[in-house]
Design a protein around this ligand. Structure first.
Ligand SMILES: Cc1cc2nc3c(=O)[nH]c(=O)nc-3n(C[C@H](O)[C@H](O)[C@H](O)COP(=O)(O)OP(=O)(O)OC[C@H]3O[C@@H](n4cnc5c(N)ncnc54)[C@H](O)[C@@H]3O)c2cc1C
Length: 437
């Protein structure tokens, strides 16, 4: 047996396990799309403990306008807790059952990133357990600790600074040691996170032609919505192929693309008049309101259905996570149009307002290789556009083969120094990107 499973129901058992220095992969809710959880036995090299952190007792407390999260708290529960105190989470992944501390490890983003930026920006401080099971605290007010090669690393990172995430972690603040490093340097146990006021919001959707045939309206909305960040909280796309994954009574439109806007209710009239009222390519007859609950179920329903179909087909998820600058958004859509001609079923959805879309092939096992080849061409192009190939879901195992062109000796040197210092016994996710690239 290659892998052994272990579950922790309290922190002291976890600390005792860390002290054994056993090579382990620590997971939370297992919603990461870049870790093939249903194929771990085949994909992870053993001997390895697959260590479950999702049973550690959850704890939430308010400290002024910040929330302190300890243990296995998911986004849904935190949202309910904060709502009862008139506060709200700023950024969370579409999958609300994921755990918050894991969201730090993956540097998660989500729909509301359009208004609030990614989660990393909202972290005030965090605590983590090191390789000896000793807890440390890191602050976002302090700089990243001096590390061999860090100055060059930070310089090379600078052209990614406008993106949600880059192909490698940011390493700017002290807290960044554990943010986006996917559990390769320690186990996050606690975080203090900024919140915002709980405001009334209104959700709208617009029906559009299929992007493959005509994306004029899409591009008009993309350009116009940039001036309304803040009043518009999120701007999401589900294309007609994505909508087809929903149950018949949940579908919107008649085989059309759908763009959703989440708008602060007290800004609604202004946004309606100045943004929607000015669009030349969207008729007011194609704009509708929907409830917040329906928006969330429809929006999360699509990636879940895609994931389930891939599992049923026995194929690994084959989706993109690229974010490009606004100047290259049309180029990205053109590239996706080319990909759509391969003769393999596909869908396109995601964080439209941020020029960050997930294009998914839905291959039969025998199509997988030709889809991979198409993605390799895409990543080569994203490199030329100086875009971010993995802006949200991280690298895990599944994106490692695509990361290499984006990583140079500078990044390798820093990864090596950090692993040596923080994981001297190679006990944290030994197959993670910091070791393999
Ligand atoms: C339907 C769907 C929609 C999604 N939408 C989004 C989205 O909008 N934005 C987004 O960012 N992601 C999204 N994701 C991906 C996923 O939800 C996030 O990556 C999430 O942060 C993973 O949380 P988890 O609890 O499932 O972590 P897991 O999958 O259990 O673990 C993910 C990684 O974090 C590490 N890790 C977990 N817990 C800890 C810890 N306490 N300390 C250190 N390392 C740890 C693990 O080792 C692993 O490398 C989506 C996934 C699905 C299935």
């Amino acid at each position: 047996m290659n892998l052994t499973s272990k579950s922790f129901s309290n922190e002291s058992d976890l600390i005792n396990h860390l002290k054994t220095h056993t090579p382990s992969f620590y997971h939370s809710s297992r919603t990461s799309t870049v870790i093939p959880y249903d194929k771990l036995e085949a994909e992870m090299k053993g001997p390895l403990v697959v260590a479950d952190l999702s049973k550690i007792p959850p704890k939430m407390t308010l400290k002024g306008e910040n929330v302190i999260i300890r243990g296995a708290v998911n986004w849904q529960d935190a949202d309910q807790f904060l709502k009862s105190h008139g506060r709200a989470i700023m950024t969370s992944p579409t999958e609300q059952l994921a755990l918050i501390l894991a969201g730090l490890a993956t540097s998660c983003t989500g729909e509301r990133c359009f208004a609030f930026g990614n989660m990393r920006k909202q972290i005030v401080r965090l605590k983590y357990l090191d390789f000896n099971g000793v807890e440390h605290e890191l602050s976002a007010d302090k700089d990243f600790p001096s590390t061999e090669g860090l100055a060059a690393y930070q310089k090379e990172f600078s052209h990614y600074s406008g993106y949600k995430n880059a192909p490698y972690p940011r390493f700017e603040k002290e807290t960044d040691l554990l943010i986006g490093t996917e559990g390769q340097l320690g186990i996050i146990t606690e975080a203090e996170i900024k919140t915002t006021t709980h405001d009334d919001v209104t959700h709208l959707f617009m029906l559009l032609p299929k992007w493959e045939n005509d994306y004029t309206a899409h591009l008009e909305i993309f350009k116009a919505v940039q001036h309304f960040r803040g009043a518009v909280i999120s701007c999401e796309l589900l294309d007609s192929n994505s909508i087809a994954y929903l149950k018949a009574d949940e579908r919107l439109g008649q085989s059309q693309d759908v763009i959703f806007l989440e708008i602060l209710s007290n800004e609604f009239e202004r946004v309606y008049g100045e943004l929607l009222g000015e669009l030349q390519h969207v008729s007011p007859d194609d704009v509708f309101e929907l409830s917040s609950a329906k928006f969330h179920s429809v929006r999360a329903g699509v990636p879940r259905a895609v994931f389930e179909e891939n599992s049923k087909m026995g194929v690994k998820k084959m989706g993109t996570d690229c974010q490009v600058s606004g100047d290259h958004f049309k180029d990205l859509l053109d590239f996706y149009r080319e990909l759509s001609k391969l003769g393999v079923r596909y869908n396109l959805f995601g964080h439209f307002g941020d020029a960050h879309l997930h294009y998914n092939y839905m291959p039969r096992p025998e199509d997988s290789q030709k889809c991979q080849a198409e993605f390799e061409k895409l990543y080569a192009q994203v490199l030329k556009w100086q875009g971010s190939p993995f802006a949200e879901h991280g690298i895990g195992l599944l994106k490692q083969k695509f990361i290499k062109p984006f990583i140079h000796d500078t990044q390798r040197m820093v990864f090596k120094a950090l692993k040596k210092q923080h994981d001297p016994k190679s006990q944290f996710f030994p197959q993670g990107f910091m070791t393999t690239v």
